[in-house]
Design a protein around this ligand. Sequence first.
Ligand code: SF4
Length: 350
Amino acid sequence: MRMEEFDIKNENLEFDETAPARSNVTVEQLNKFLKKDDTLIFYGGEPLLEMQKIQEIMDFFGDKLHYRIQTNGLLLDRLPLQYLHKIRKILVSLDGNQQRTNYNRGNGIYERVIQNLAKLREENYNGEIVARMTIAQEFPDVYEAVMNIIKLIDEGLIDSVHWQLDAGFYKSDFKENKFRRFITHYNESITKLINWWTAKMQEGKVYKIYPFIGITESLLKNEKTLMRCGAGYEGFAITTNGMISACPVTNGVKTFYVGDLNTPEKIKDMKVQGECLKCSYLNLCGGRCLYQNYAQLWPKIGNALICTSVRYLIDAVKEKQLIMQKLMDSKVISLCDFAYEKYFGPEIIP
Ligand code: SF4
């Protein structure tokens, strides 16, 4: 699809019309940029449409790198097992139950993804499988969505879950009243979910619900954060034409280019700007999303409403901090239960 067909053009963004749909980056170019023990995330579009390229990269780099993938899960059964087993974390798009997933992604998608995950487990895949949910404005009940994933976690199919609000990515999908109603319902369901999550801790079980564990870990360790996904300082994307971008969703958006593969030593940092710098939640939020922070596709009131969800989530976790601390003191749970690998994809601030 050409860039002008997207509903994202505005004066804040500059586009690179030369970025091809399929990557023309070679393993030799990548080798100039990647160091031993770096983590390489296969990301798209849909990365499994480039299965040969994935295999070529993994054959070239072998054990030098750690591999992760973000996929819609439809072609997982086609990547040979010896490669799949080396990808130690698979983030797969599942929006809760069958109805939500198929509404967002098409009929039969949920069933196919579940089938592929079951097959993976039958083949003894023991890496982490993360359900990656989009919370659409039509379905604000994150509690119900997560509960559907929890069933899959209890069945051993999935290990963890995170989500992202479908908000602020396009210009025309902001309708103030609709979004206000969404935020009200969403926040109510956050309360329900965190109450359930902390009740389970009384039984010694800490479910890996990424937004909660990420914020909790920061609170318990008293740590500040930058952009939680690492965009702009720790995590970079290689665009299809070999540019280095601060954020993986910005292939073809020059605004986010911070370097190129020919001169990887010259990468610039890209920091959050604007309202975030004045916000008292910045050290726990990190700025939510670098793309949204720069693109500003929604009007100010829209962005402010998104931030009410961020602040609500952080406050909800803070409210439970004392309970969690007491459970740790009595050794029902431990700090390790909140440990997680940073910068491989799960949204900590949805
Ligand atoms: S809550 Fe909103 S304004 Fe505050 S740091 Fe996060 S994204 Fe920025």
